[in-house]
Design a binder for this molecule. Structure first.
Ligand code: HSE
Length: 429
């Protein structure tokens, strides 16, 4: 296509929109060289231009009406950086319908409505790219869709949420309680005022659903992702984990073997020698295992104006090239199959269990008998110094089904000699 420039419209001028605008204007020469023609930001829509922002947009480009961007025949690509599904989904579908290629950083929208959006894009012959939706700057989607696409991917394990990784890192390094570190993270602006999407693992579940869909070539309904957050993790568990050679991380896990998949987000004990164990603070990383590539790990910042803006800008350049070369849809959606997801009760993991019990003869034996009767095999036991009449016992179990462990713990929880089952945390090797 003989074009002297490509025009971009941005919907939503928050942190990511600002980062995108900054990169495309500051690095305009490089973007033009790589694309073949300049990529020009033609309009930016946001409902509130009064909010203070670090990166300003010239008033002439501003509008409060998203449809001024979507319906502008001059605009080739629409970048959606609003977040959430409402009104982002409506705007994205309208932009596709108007024949625009779309770039988005919206994980919730892609996790819940990616299939519908990509089908609409395929029908219209435009691109929808969403690198910025998972792990900010880390090029994980392009890695799975293109660089590693000849592999059978058996495993993706990610630290995909910076807020929870920051909290767990601080708890580990400073021995502090969850609630205290969360409050500090909120004051520093690392955690949202309503932190539930991050600390309950909702954000991570959205991200692993997107990655699993691409890696396994399947539609992944979000409700099939098992989810547990980090609010019950204590400094005591972190300390016991350390004694046993582990760190505690919130992991997003997608595994596939023999046609069965596991999809789960939960805190886990991870061996201190695992490459993901040293990913600290707000950083994210994704560890992938494929039949040809073996192990791959990608690391970087999972949030922030410029890191996420970088991923979105890369997608804009790719869409622009496809428009210039007449090849939108060059890398089509592959998420058409269905996945046989193993129910959590059937998943086999190793588990760490901490409990407070009466400190008297026969207690350990009683509890061990119940574990044994459910086929739960004990790997190691630590008994820490007693306080009063109570002892604290930490069990590490061999790999076993969740259902058996659950039944054993229900029975153990009813014993008079058991004061409290304090923690149950999976172990990921
Ligand atoms: N809230 C996310 C995190 C960043 O804490 O990693 C955006 O996905």
């Amino acid at each position: 296509m003989d074009r002297s420039e490509i025009k971009l419209g941005i919907l939503g001028y928050g942190v990511v929109g600002g980062g995108l605008y900054h990169i495309l204007t500051t690095n305009a020469d490089q973007v033009a060289r790589r694309t073949g023609v300049p990529v020009v930001v033609a309009k930016v829509a946001d409902i509130d231009w009064e909010r203070p922002r670090k990166i300003q947009v010239p008033p002439a480009l501003r509008t409060t009406d998203a449809y001024e961007v979507i319906n502008d025949p001059q605009i080739d690509i629409v970048a959606e950086t609003i977040g959430g599904t409402d009104p982002a989904l409506e705007f994205v579908l309208a932009a596709i319908e108007a024949g625009k290629s779309v770039v988005t950083s919206n994980k919730e929208m892609m996790a819940k409505h990616g299939g519908e959006i990509l089908a609409a894009a395929a029908a219209k012959g435009v691109d929808v790219q969403f690198e910025g939706s998972v792990c900010g700057t880390i090029p994980i989607i392009r890695a799975l869709k293109e660089s590693l696409e000849a592999n059978r991917i058996s495993q993706i394990i990610g630290i995909v949420n910076g807020t929870t990784n920051y909290i767990l890192t601080k708890m580990t390094q400073e021995g502090r309680e969850f609630a205290q570190v969360l409050q500090e993270a909120q004051q520093l602006g690392y955690a949202e005022a309503d932190p539930s999407a991050d600390i309950e693992g909702i954000d991570a579940a959205n991200k692993i659903a997107i990655l699993a869909a691409i890696a396994f070539g399947s539609h992944v309904p979000l409700e099939l992702v098992y989810r547990e957050g980090i609010s019950k993790i204590t400094p005591q568990d972190i300390s016991y984990a350390r004694q046993m050679g582990y760190v505690i991380k919130l992991l997003a896990i997608a595994k596939q073997a023999d046609g069965k998949a596991e999809l789960r987000v939960h805190p886990a004990l991870l061996p201190a020698a695992h490459p993901l164990a040293s990913v600290n603070g707000v950083f994210n990383a994704v560890f992938i295992r494929g039949d040809a590539c073996d192990e791959v790990m990608l690391y970087g910042r999972g949030a922030g104006a410029l890191p996420t803006g970088s991923a979105v800008a890369g997608d804009v350049i790719d869409c622009a090239r496809n428009i210039l070369h007449g090849t939108p849809g060059r890398v089509p959606c592959v998420c058409e199959g269905t996945l046989d997801v193993v129910p959590m009760d059937e998943v086999a993991t190793r588990v760490y269990v901490r409990m407070k019990v009466a400190d008297k003869p026969g207690v350990l034996g009683n509890i061990a008998t119940i574990f044994g009767s459910q086929g739960v095999s004990i790997q190691s036991v630590i008994q820490e110094s007693s306080s009063g009449d109570l002892a604290e016992i930490v069990w590490l179990m061999h790999k076993g089904r969740e259902r058996n462990l659950r039944l054993a713990l229900e029975a153990i929880g009813h014993l008079d000699i058991v004061e409290e089952i304090t923690s149950v945390i999976r172990v990921e090797d």
